[in-house]
Design a protein around this ligand. Structure first.
Ligand code: SF4
Length: 454
């Protein structure tokens, strides 16, 4: 009780302090950090706070330049809303609530929920499982709204959309953002449906950002996503930049485009277009029509490991590799440990890349789903490898996913075609062995103890 009151008072102070920053961020940020020290009662984000404190002392630091760019390029109200929804609600308030609930219920509770509002997509990308989905499966607005409400009661204030193409449902997404101003929303999108009207709606609701899919240069993007897609994505970024919105990119690196996506020239071009963050995903051969030859080799994955770390030192953009950055989050974040995925049919899956489930939102509450065998298997086994550069139960430790699915009785929830866990994991067996050699070498050379996702 005392802690709650203390947190509320500190949150109020943090908002006041933030407002005072508007004019002079350089002087105000250290004060704001002091308030975060008070708010972070369990020191869950101590390493992050220490890191920010270090960069504030060095104006030539890349991250210092990044913070100033956020101040200059992003609309002040959008920035303030992000501060409230992302930092105060999802990272501090939500995670503290979840710490207590996790102890009470003895299950994982996710910091973020990734949901597919629809299977429909206006593109047909090579190797994308969503391209094989039957069109027209979707979650109604009422179901999405109830899901967010249920999530908030479990301390989840971060919601991400994938698909299908989530912006096929853009009016419902905007309505959700409006209905839940205390939450932070992000849509992974191909960007082709972003226009002036949508940017204007984003500016009005303030709590939605987008990650636009880019496969590298124009030729590579159009090759995989269809002719003209790159130009439309670039146009979307120019609109978002003009409206001073927060946006970034999402890049799937494959054996074919890894040299381009990992190049300095590519990151520089995205910076020029105003991207403030970049998510990197490696190609995973999920589904009947997967193309295993698109998987990167161990050498190519190691190249991305080095490049992303080099970008962090030199480029003012937040970069995150969904696999190679396992060391910062103590391994796999799925299975409700940090996040969970709900497909357009309502199946509650551990991760967007793991299409197996033993529960569905139409018949099971989220809390009950997290207590069921599949999510309990995740909880008991995480991290899946002591070397958290080998975090994944599919890509890096395929025997783990095989055992979890068999032990839990989870079934295939792939919307294109049923795929047995044995068939799926067999496609990753060799890649996991190859990567183990490189990852173990990297692990010996450099391992960080920084844990951001608790
Ligand atoms: S299951 Fe694999 S892809 Fe999903 S969060 Fe865990 S490590 Fe990442």
């Amino acid at each position: 009780m005392v802690n709650k009151a203390k947190q509320k008072a500190a949150q109020h102070l943090a908002v006041m302090a933030y407002k005072s920053l508007q004019e002079n961020p350089e002087a105000g940020l250290p004060k704001l950090l002091k308030l975060f020290d008070v708010l972070d009662t369990k020191d869950s984000y101590k390493s992050g706070r220490d890191f920010i404190r270090t960069i504030l002392g060095d104006p030539s630091n890349t991250w210092y330049r990044y913070l100033l760019a956020i101040w200059e390029d992003v609309d002040s109200e959008v920035r303030f809303t992000f501060f409230q929804t992302f930092f105060l609600n999802s990272l501090l308030k939500g995670r503290e609530e979840q710490r207590l609930l996790r102890e009470e219920h003895q299950c994982n509770l996710p910091w973020a929920i990734l949901v597919d509002p629809t299977t429909s997509c206006n593109l047909h990308c090579t190797g994308c499982w969503a391209a094989d989905y039957e069109k027209g499966t979707y979650l109604s607005y009422e179901i999405l709204d109830a899901l967010v409400e249920e999530g908030k009661n479990l301390g989840t204030f971060m919601y991400l959309f994938s698909g299908g193409e989530p912006l096929m449902r853009k009016s419902d997404i905007i309505a959700l953002c409006e209905a839940h101003p205390d939450c932070c929303f992000l849509a992974f999108t191909n960007g082709t449906l972003i226009d002036e009207a949508f940017a204007s709606a984003m500016l009005r609701v303030k709590n939605l950002s987008v990650a636009i899919s880019i496969e590298g240069d124009e030729a590579a993007t159009d090759e995989r996503r269809g002719k003209g897609t790159y130009a439309k994505a670039i146009k979307a970024m120019s609109i978002l930049k003009r409206y001073k919105l927060l946006y970034g990119i999402s890049c799937c690196y494959t054996s074919q485009n890894v040299q381009t996506i990992g190049s300095e020239a590519f990151i520089d071009s995205m910076l020029e277009l105003g991207a403030k963050f970049a998510w990197f995903f490696t190609y995973i051969p999920i589904g009947r029509d997967a193309v295993p030859s698109l998987m990167v080799s161990a050498g190519q994955r190691a190249f991305m490991y080095q490049q992303v770390r080099s970008f962090r030192k030199s480029k003012p953009i937040f970069t995150m590799d969904f696999w190679n950055d396992g060391e910062y989050v103590d391994g796999c974040i799925a299975g409700g440990r940090c996040y969970v995925h709900i497909n357009a049919q309502g199946d509650i899956e551990p991760c967007a890349f793991i299409h197996y489930s033993d529960s569905n939102i139409y018949t099971t509450s989220l809390l009950d789903a997290f207590k069921r065998p599949l999510f309990q298997q995740y909880k008991e086994r995480q991290p899946f490898n002591n070397n958290t550069l080998r975090p994944c139960p599919l890509l890096d430790n395929p025997e783990q996913l095989r055992e979890m699915v068999h032990a839990s009785g989870a079934v295939s929830t792939d919307l294109a075609s049923v795929e047995s866990v044995d068939d799926l994991t067999a496609k990753c067996d060799q890649a996991s062995k190859d990567w183990a050699v490189s990852a173990d070498r990297l692990w010996e050379d450099h391992a960080t103890s920084s844990v951001l996702c608790v």
